[in-house]
Design a protein around this ligand. Structure first.
Ligand SMILES: Nc1nc2c(ncn2[C@@H]2O[C@H](COP(=O)(O)OP(=O)(O)OP(=O)(O)O)[C@@H](O)[C@H]2O)c(=O)[nH]1
Ligand SMILES: [Mg+2]
Length: 295
């Protein structure tokens, strides 16, 4: 026994070919494996991301160019989603850096994140819904851009077409986020997913201020919810199986809808005004600040 062990050890330390080959392979492969493992943990896919949604022409792609380069570039109707990497400007502080001293060198590091632009055209919205349906561990928030100048109606008693379109799109997104919560497996529910409603184009004199954008959208969503609930009720009479499919936005789907009701499903909503393009340049500081709060 002792003799065999000694033989084995002699062989293992001896200059035999298989031992040399195995050692060489381990020595060469180990650093490569360690590198790939560490590198994978730091690829851009693990960066926090934000999703840009909103009706066509609201200014999403223009906003993306300002986020990326600091100044707006000409855009045209987007057909496919696109992702860019953006860095927080020095003037905005990330929430995670709030308690860091000014003199701490790590406080100077500006956090990087991804912004995913989606097409807003009615027939291309599946791109945005798809992004929300698949699990997104790095998604930190959703930015819903609206054209505030398209929301006011010329005819009293009738909603502007722009308002109806924006509210319908927002309603569908919020319903999806609510389903994410109600359909969650764990009792704790999914993590918070904040929504920023970016009331854009405030440079135009016909634009509604942010506070009115909020109430106009809330009122229009209330209307949409009532009509949809009615439609579903009618069809549910005909088809009993629809019973389980029924789901309304907000608690019970009755009365007035307010953005505050979404907090129950872990979706805090904030409305902040700004403009991407304008005679005095762009003003998107309120939106930067909101992004900083989520990082
Ligand atoms: N006056 C004014 N115009 C703006 C502002 N932001 C964007 N626009 C204009 O709005 C138009 C549409 O902007 P886009 O960024 O292409 O719109 P989008 O939301 O990407 O539209 P889709 O790609 O179709 O979903 C462009 O002509 C912009 O110049 C703004 O703050 N003020
Ligand atoms: Mg676009």
């Amino acid at each position: 026994m002792n003799q065999r062990l000694e033989d084995l050890l002699t062989k293992a330390w001896g200059p035999s070919l298989p031992v040399i080959i195995v050692t060489a392979i381990v020595a060469l492969l180990l650093p490569i494996l360690v590198h790939t493992f560490l590198y994978r943990a730091r690829t851009p896919t693990s960066l926090p991301s934000f999703l840009l949604v909103g009706p066509s022409g609201s200014g999403k792609t223009s906003l993306l160019t300002v986020f990326e380069n600091g100044s707006p570039a000409p855009t045209h109707l987007s057909q496919t989603p696109s992702t860019v990497q953006v860095q927080l400007p020095p003037s905005t502080k990330a929430d995670s850096q709030k308690y860091r001293s000014e003199h701490d060198p790590t406080a100077k590091q500006r956090p990087k994140f991804l912004i995913i632009d989606t097409p807003g055209h009615g027939k291309l919205r599946n791109h945005a819904f798809e992004q929300l349906r698949k699990p997104q561990p790095h998604l930190k928030g959703i930015i819903f851009v609206v054209d505030s100048a398209s929301l006011s109606s010329d005819t009293p008693g009738r909603s502007a077409a722009g308002l109806t379109e924006a509210a319908q799109y927002l309603h569908d997104i919020l319903l999806l986020l609510q389903k994410r919560y109600t359909g969650a497996k764990s009792s704790k529910g999914p993590p918070e997913l904040p929504v920023l409603i970016a009331a854009n184009k405030l440079d135009l004199f016909t634009a509604l201020p942010a506070q009115l954008v909020k109430s106009a959208l809330e009122a229009e969503i209330t209307r949409i919810r009532t009509t949809r609930a009615k439609g579903l009720l009618d069809s549910a009479v005909k088809d009993e199986t629809l019973e389980e499919e029924r789901e309304w936005l907000g608690d019970g789907g009755e009365g007035k809808f307010e953005f505050g009701q979404m907090e129950e499903v872990n979706v805090p909503i904030k409305v902040v005004g700004g403009n991407v393009i304008g005679a005095d340049g762009s003003d998107i500081s309120g939106w930067w600040e909101w992004i900083g709060e989520q990082l």
